[in-house]
Design a protein around this ligand. Structure first.
Ligand SMILES: C[S@@+](CC[C@H](N)C(=O)[O-])C[C@H]1O[C@@H](n2cnc3c(N)ncnc32)[C@H](O)[C@@H]1O
Length: 276
């Protein structure tokens, strides 16, 4: 267990969509690739007519909201998350999308559906939060049809390289260096984990970086790591003001703060039916 998948930390971190929203706002406001992550992710989904689709850890549903006009009319989508707060935000964000037929509180490690039920499963930026990931991936292989597809997004270990040093140069007591989601399940080690339960795994990378010209969204991003990093302990109101000023000074001196990104998607096919 690590800070990325500690059950209590994950529960606290995603009690509502506040933290996720702060991170999405930084990416939305300052990404250099203007096509947009959510558009790219949706482009990879190859839905067939009448497909039954399920997403795990759907968060606030931003990919569906961003692509609402591209969702085929005849598919049926079930959205699930372990957090009630996330689910209710997703539901209110996606009220008008008729293809989304159900919102369920569900743990990906214990999926309440029968074998070979779904055509597509999705788990975006969430497998690294799961304690028994092998069980979760085996559950996905179980509920997918023989010709089903599993879409999984995650980060590389090189994602946001430089941010940790920037934060720890401000205050070395912030224990950011030991927090890494990608070392749990990332672009470098994800294919191996998926291959235990899928015959075919393909990796796609989305080219992007951050060109940040305002301090506030970056302050909010760092504060949003509460739980995973000891934010509550260190970032008092006055320390947060100092952090804002520290970032503002860097931006005034250098014109911007530039941070590389490295994220992508695995597309896994041909589930190995170990449990049947
Ligand atoms: C980083 S957010 C990603 C949200 C969304 N998929 C996205 O890409 O924007 C991770 C989500 O996974 C959910 N989650 C964490 N552990 C889970 C589990 N074991 N089963 C289902 N959902 C889980 C969290 O509640 C949170 O909403």
């Amino acid at each position: 267990m690590s800070r990325a998948n500690d059950r209590d930390i994950v529960k606290f971190q995603y009690n509502s969509d506040k933290n996720l929203y702060a991170r999405q706002a930084l990416h939305r406001g300052f990404s250099t690739n203007k096509y947009g992550w959510e558009n790219w992710v949706f482009d990879q989904y190859m839905f067939k007519p009448n497909d039954k689709v399920i997403e795990f850890g759907c968060g606030n549903g931003s990919t569906w909201a961003n692509n609402s006009n591209k969702i085929p009319k005849d598919i049926k989508v079930t959205l699930t998350d372990i957090s009630e707060g996330m689910l209710s935000t997703a539901e209110s964000n996606l009220l008008e999308i008729e293809q989304i037929i159900k919102y369920c509180n569900m743990d990906i490690q214990n999926i309440k559906y029968t074998n070979s039920y779904f055509d597509c499963a999705i788990a975006n930026h969430m497998l690294y939060h799961v304690q028994n990931r092998d069980l979760a991936i085996s559950e996905i292989a179980r509920i997918l049809k023989e010709d089903g597809t599993f879409y999984v997004t995650t980060n590389s270990i090189y994602n946001m390289k430089g941010l940790k040093n920037l934060v720890m140069d401000f205050d070395s007591r912030l224990d950011y260096s030991s927090f890494s989601v990608a070392s749990e399940f990332g672009l470098e080690n994800g294919a191996e984990q998926l291959s235990k339960h899928f015959e075919s795994v393909e990796k796609l990378v989305y080219e992007d970086s951050l060109h940040i010209t305002e301090p506030k969204p970056l302050v909010d991003y760092v504060l949003s790591l509460e739980g995973h990093v000891n934010i509550q302990e260190i970032m008092t109101e006055s320390r947060t003001k100092e952090f804002y000023q520290y970032l503002k000074d860097i931006i005034l001196k250098d014109g911007s703060i530039d941070i590389p990104k490295a994220s992508g998607m695995f597309i896994a096919k041909k589930p190995k039916k170990l449990t049947e």
